[in-house]
Design a protein around this ligand. Structure first.
Ligand code: ADP
Length: 281
């Protein structure tokens, strides 16, 4: 059965004035999956996320959410997407008050419902003890957690998170990863997050979309990417230079048979890998 797609970006091109930042970007996000947008600073990740979120309106190409073509007027659809892009807080308000302020916008919620939801959210992101502290006193990591609580204020089906690990220490980072995986598992939410660190992306994302200079350089799993980047180096007796082939068992066997039929026996086989970051520069 074909996996359902929650988001599809087709041939997206977007610039700021003469500066074309996204060049013919296409990729899709399977429902319930976590996709990591990988790219160095300035690659175009934030611009891509803002365009998907309808924060930037003029672009070429198409964006579909759950089969609906999006534009900047897609408010009803946007309410099903939670985002951590350009998050702002009221520094002089407490964590509780910041969340309360957001929830006040929902007329269906009574005061009791709001209180309960805020407690759930603060517990979910581990800020229960800081509920009455002003945001001004928060560390970057605590702010990041509060931002995540804001993302979950409305039960979104798709989360778009710009650099969710910035400011987190290694423990906070692991907690955040397991939290996002838990959301995926429990609520089947789909998540797109950005990062410039391959190791951050690697163990969280089901799929990677690597962007460099506004174009998609790779789209697929980390495993495929690693395999694609690996090569076999085979030395044959009587040949000065090794034969280099892709990391593929069938090709390895074929190469060995072909050479042995010509009288060249294998001397040594090595696997080598190019540094993955080279793919993105
Ligand atoms: P990333 O998130 O990968 O670091 P960005 O999307 O923020 O990349 O930026 C991509 C390019 O677009 C950069 O060259 C940046 O300078 C440029 N850019 C981003 N925002 C604006 C803006 N508001 N006006 C003009 N140029 C911008």
């Amino acid at each position: 059965m074909k996996q359902q797609t929650v988001l599809e970006v087709r041939h997206l091109t977007k610039g700021y004035g003469q500066n074309i930042v996204l060049k013919d970007i296409s990729f899709s996000v399977p429902k319930g999956s976590i996709v990591g947008l990988l790219g160095k600073n300035g690659a175009g990740k934030t611009t891509l996320m803002k365009t998907i979120l309808g924060l930037l309106c003029q672009y070429d190409g198409e964006i579909y959410f759950d089969g609906n073509k999006m534009n900047c007027q897609s408010a009803a659809v946007m309410s099903r997407i939670g985002s951590l892009v350009d998050v702002r807080f009221y520094d002089d308000m407490t964590a509780y008050q910041n969340l309360n302020y957001l929830l006040l916008a929902d007329p269906r919620m009574t005061g009791t419902m709001r209180k309960q939801r805020i407690s759930e959210l603060l517990e979910m992101v581990g800020l229960e003890k800081n509920r009455n502290d002003k945001v001004r006193s928060f560390s970057l990591g605590m702010k990041q957690r509060l931002a995540l609580a804001q993302v979950f204020v409305h039960e979104a089906e798709l989360l778009i998170l710009d650099e969710p690990f910035i400011g987190l220490d290694p423990v906070g980072m692991e907690e955040m990863k397991s939290f996002l995986k838990e959301m995926q598992r429990q609520k089947n939410v789909s998540i797109i997050f950005s990062s410039h660190q391959l190791d951050e992306v690697g163990d969280l994302a089901d799929e990677i979309v690597a962007i460099s200079d506004g174009t998609v350089k790779y789209c697929g799993t980390l495993r495929e990417l690693q395999n694609r980047n690996k090569k076999y180096k085979i030395w044959f007796k009587g040949k000065e230079l090794p034969v280099v082939i892709p990391y593929d068992e069938e090709k390895l066997q074929d190469t060995i048979s072909e050479h042995s039929s010509k009288g060249f026996a294998v001397e040594k086989i090595e696997v080598f890998e190019n540094a993955l970051y080279q793919l993105f520069v």
